[in-house]
Design a protein around this ligand. Structure first.
Ligand code: DOR
Ligand code: ZN
Length: 478
């Protein structure tokens, strides 16, 4: 008699972390999915077993905000190096931004990026499409081409993609809403920043803090408020990227209370860095929105705790050392790598901030999966879900070292920072992409685009009798 076919992998001895509980249990993986969770004696026979004693088993992080620069700026990053960084950071899914060259603003550019990502990605991914003044009529083609959502830039940042007028933004929301896709917003108001930057330059300011002076909180508060109004009117689903200030929390919380489908993220640099770091870091700290005064950190943590902010993302924005060290701050490229260091940084600071590893799993995996319609397949250690796992050692310490990053961008404000709590193994759909802290060779091309499993709830358009299509009769004619 032959027994049942063995499963591919059983992980024994770990502590499985859910958003609401930690459970000591073994876990079996078959064909890339979690096949069983339970006591060791209940586990099926396995081709391979892993002793995870002393480790916590987390759902791999879902980083909904990375810039992998490929195509167009592969001297900064490409899909191979970017997803190597993700794998070594315990990140099993990334959503890539469209400010590449060409921008992901048409079906051809989207198809080209899909081909590159499919060949090189080591972790799963979603691709964002650019939503701008001139691309509204391409929304159906972009959705058909396979995207996770749209990105709309209310303010200029790296890549200098044009920012739409409020009129175009309203129409863009009207058109995207029925598709069910979420629109992620770079919520900084372009005209305020442009005017202030011009005045600062004219006054001879080129020092690092001039960057912060050009983009005070009101830049973000005005943009978040305006976006929330348009989302409320149209029924659009929106996501506020990189929340940097306490002042943005009020329009965000108020919109949530009114029933707007609005979500928000913050990033480690807004939680751990402050205006006091500009002198130490110089241009390296330049990022949009800017790192702000330390007084913002407490409210951002509180907003994570009470759910006003839904999740942690990184805005992984790699550049080279020469691009980050120009003497004039306004000539420095904005951003720095983060996908690889988010998990250690966050794990280090949970206890001091009275947060738990369960909270972390909610912010890093469960909420992103729910918000983009990837649950129940992603974002949880659950029977039937993809075996996307980060096995972390909460006692393991390390000094972050830019030179050791997988990212092609070896320059960040995190260099020299001590962390405690490291991902040791990362699995994507049951396959190790990092093992014992080493990148697993041959995993390029293992990553898959997630648009095929994305299941967003039914769209809820509002004020449909007043849309641009309705008033011009375009809806009736088409
Ligand atoms: O600092 C930033 N860099 N902020 C952004 O929004 C874009 C990013 C980039 O692409 O470099
Ligand atoms: Zn970004």
């Amino acid at each position: 008699m032959t027994g049942p076919t063995p499963v591919d992998l059983v992980i024994h001895g770990g502590r499985i972390v859910h958003p609401d509980a930690i459970v000591d249990a073994s876990l079996a993986v078959r064909d890339g999915r979690i096949a069983a969770i339970g006591t060791p004696d209940l586990m099926p026979t396995a081709t391979e077993t892993l002793d995870a004693s002393g480790l916590h088993v987390l759902p791999g992080a879902i980083d909904v905000h990375v810039h992998f620069r490929d195509p167009g700026y592969t001297h900064k990053e490409d899909w191979g190096t970017g997803t190597a960084a993700a794998a070594c950071g315990g990140v099993t899914t990334v959503f890539d931004m469209p400010n590449t060259v060409p921008a992901v603003a048409c079906a051809e550019a989207l198809a080209a990026k899909h081909a590159i990502a499919a060949a090189q990605a080591r972790v799963d991914y979603g691709l964002y499409a650019f939503l701008g003044e001139e691309t509204i009529d391409r929304v159906p083609d972009l959705v058909a081409g396979g995207i996770i959502g749209f990105k709309l830039y209310m303010g200029e940042t790296f890549g200098k993609l044009p920012t739409p007028s409020t009129g175009a933004m309203l129409e863009a929301f009207e058109v995207v809403t029925p598709t069910g896709k979420r629109i992620s917003l770079h919520a900084e108001t372009a005209s305020i920043m442009a005017r202030r930057e011009a005045r600062l330059r004219a006054a001879g300011r080129g020092d690092p803090l001039a960057h912060l002076a050009a983009r005070p909180e009101v830049v973000a508060v005005e943009a978040v408020s305006r976006a929330a109004v348009l989302a409320e009117w149209t029924g659009a689903r929106i996501h506020i990227l990189h929340i940097s200030s306490a002042a943005e929390l009020r329009p965000l919380a108020e919109a949530k209370a009114r029933g707007v489908d609005i979500t928000g993220e913050t990033c480690p640099h807004y939680l751990f860095l402050s205006a006091e770091d500009y002198q130490r870091c110089g241009g390296i700290i330049r990022i949009n929105p800017p790192v702000r005064e330390a007084s913002n950190q407490g409210p951002l943590w509180a907003a994570l705790a009470n759910g006003t902010i839904d999740l942690i993302a990184t805005d992984h924005a790699p550049h080279t050392p020469p691009e980050k060290t120009r003497p004039d701050i306004f000539a420095v490229d904005c951003g720095f790598p983060g996908v690889e260091t988010q998990m250690p940084l966050m794990l280090t600071e949970l206890a001091p901030r009275h947060a738990s590893i369960c909270d972390y799993v909610r912010w890093s995996a469960a909420n992103p999966a729910r918000i983009w319609g990837l649950a129940p397949q992603k974002g949880a250690v659950r029977v039937g879900a993809d075996a996307d796992l980060a096995l972390v050692d909460l006692e393991r310490e390390m000094t972050l070292d830019d030179a050791a990053l997988q990212s092609r961008s070896k320059i960040s404000p995190w260099h020299g920072r001590r962390v405690k709590g490291l991902p040791i193994h990362t699995l994507v759909r049951g396959r190790f992409v990092m093992r014992n802290r080493a990148l697993v060779p041959g995993t390029e091309g293992w990553g898959r685009s997630l648009h095929t499993i994305q299941a967003m709830p039914p769209a809820q358009p509002r004020n449909t009798d007043a849309t641009m299509a309705a008033i011009t009769g375009a809806a009736a004619r088409s």
